[in-house]
Design a protein around this ligand. Structure first.
Ligand code: 5HY
Length: 243
């Protein structure tokens, strides 16, 4: 099974670390391919970054369809372009936020989210509502670290994330924590060791869910709103999307 992991930002270091984390947990028959858009923001820290990265995600899906990918993971906690991506393929497409919420709700009655910047917290809040998990989530907390600090200043960033997780553990009345950034893909075990409650990380959760869906022979439904886009012409620098 060719599991295509898309890091929607354009930080090669983060794409490599996300791919390695996915490969470590993937089943023997699963081949992880990790890519990023050619064009887009080096990190996604708000609505504008997210909007631009969503186009890049759809371009990576189009490449994956040409290369025969069996499932896709969108490895950014805002799940940018998730529904648009699902329109472009019959294969399963998982966002790491949605995957994290599903897994956390299977092991705890209440969870908190620990993300990078408080300004992106609202994006997670909108996703909780959209996916129907708002009542499962007690609180969205931010370690107040820029996304790329996870690349450039890893130890200090990790310390901030662990401190924030400990406060959530002690104050939120929860059974689990969902990590709110693809850049935390390789930190799950270290954080769980330091905090002592179940830590759910979206990239690795999505790998296992994608394997389960492919194993069940299930993919994105083409009946209804996730059917392929209706053929039409596009203008300007999107003219190549005309169909
Ligand atoms: C992510 N940004 O997972 C989000 C995290 C965030 O570049 N990869 C990013 O803070 O919203």
């Amino acid at each position: 099974m060719r599991l295509h992991l898309i890091n929607p930002n354009t930080s090669t270091g983060m794409t490599t670390r996300i791919g390695e984390s996915a490969s470590r947990i993937a089943a023997p028959g699963t081949r992880i391919v990790a890519t990023q858009p050619e064009s887009g923001p080096v990190s996604i820290e708000g609505h504008f970054d997210e909007a631009i990265s969503a186009v890049g995600v759809t371009e990576e899906i189009a490449k994956g369809e040409r290369d025969g990918s069996d499932a896709y993971i969108i490895a950014c906690f805002g799940d940018p372009g998730l529904m648009a991506a699902r329109e472009l393929t019959r294969a399963p497409v998982l966002g790491i936020a949605e995957a994290g919420f599903h897994v956390a709700s299977l092991i705890s009655t209440r969870f908190s989210i620990v993300t990078t910047l408080s300004r992106t917290g609202i994006i997670a809040e909108h996703l909780l509502q959209a996916y129907g998990f708002a009542h499962h989530c007690r609180r969205i907390r931010a370690a107040e670290i820029p996304v790329l600090d996870l690349e450039d200043d890893g130890d200090a960033a990790l310390t901030r994330v662990i401190e924030t997780c400990r406060r959530a553990r002690d104050e939120d009345g929860i059974g689990a924590i969902v990590l709110g950034c693809g850049g935390m893909a390789d930190l799950r075990a270290t954080i769980e060791e330091a905090v002592g409650i179940p830590i759910v990380e979206g990239v690795t959760a999505a790998v296992k869910l994608a394997e389960a869906l492919v194993g069940l022979g299930l993919g994105t439904s083409k009946h209804g709103d996730l059917d392929f886009p209706r053929p039409k012409s596009f203008t300007g620098h999107f003219a190549h999307l005309s169909r």
